[in-house]
Design a protein around this ligand. Sequence first.
Ligand SMILES: [Zn+2]
Length: 283
Amino acid sequence: MERESLLIILTIMLGGLALQLVGSWFSTRVYACQEVEQSAWLRLWRPLASALLVAAWLCGWALSQPDPVPHHVGPLLFVVCAPFALIGIRAVVRAGWALLARSGELGIATVGLIYPRIEVAPALAAQLDERAIRAALAHERAHVRHRDPLRIWIAQLITDLQWPWPSAQRRFATWLAALEHARDDEARAQGIEGADLAAALIASVRFHHNSRSVVRAAQLTGQQRSVLEQRVDRLLQPLASAPARIAPTTLQLTLICACACLAAVALGRAYGAQVIDLLLAFS
Ligand SMILES: [Zn+2]
């Protein structure tokens, strides 16, 4: 069998297994809505990092193997691999559908993955006073600055790869709530009154009460209506300063992840053959 073909099969199977195991077990705690958005965002990526490490370990193993490999792959391996492949296909199809589907009437929302832009439904704008519109636009401009439609789309894809575990869905919902809080705070830090933003939020909820949202848009109301009441209460409180945190930067985390992957490649090259030989013997 070709070495690369076996590598792809093993990566889907073992990487998918790592993603499912870590995704179901890791960080099942539901965090408070005041969770810092960036921390919640990084938490979404942790299960994917486990799958990446497994793939790096398999690449290390492949480097130590001849091409074609002398192994025979039995049907059991394909049977075990199939569910993970199907979960991956489902996630990709849903991500593609989110790109192609029409967004419909979103009220006030930021849309566009590459070039985010703000869309305001004229019927909703007519219901808002000038202060509320200014507050809503400040919130949406914060979404634009951070390219949130793209981040929501990626987060949904990562969550779908961990289907059907509810812990993954909870991490996604927690991050979405933290995202809305963070954008509210960003708008208020620029001088927007919380009460004006709350008024725009309530009017927007009423406007598309019966409409379905799509994941690529960052709506004023966010994705979870269950947290709206808490969000309005928060907007009516004085703006609290965020607690000081010493969190690693994205660059630092990327470097740590890259070093871990290199270590996994080295381990796979040195010790991967014994494990894979044993695995293939059972297939
Ligand atoms: Zn928003």
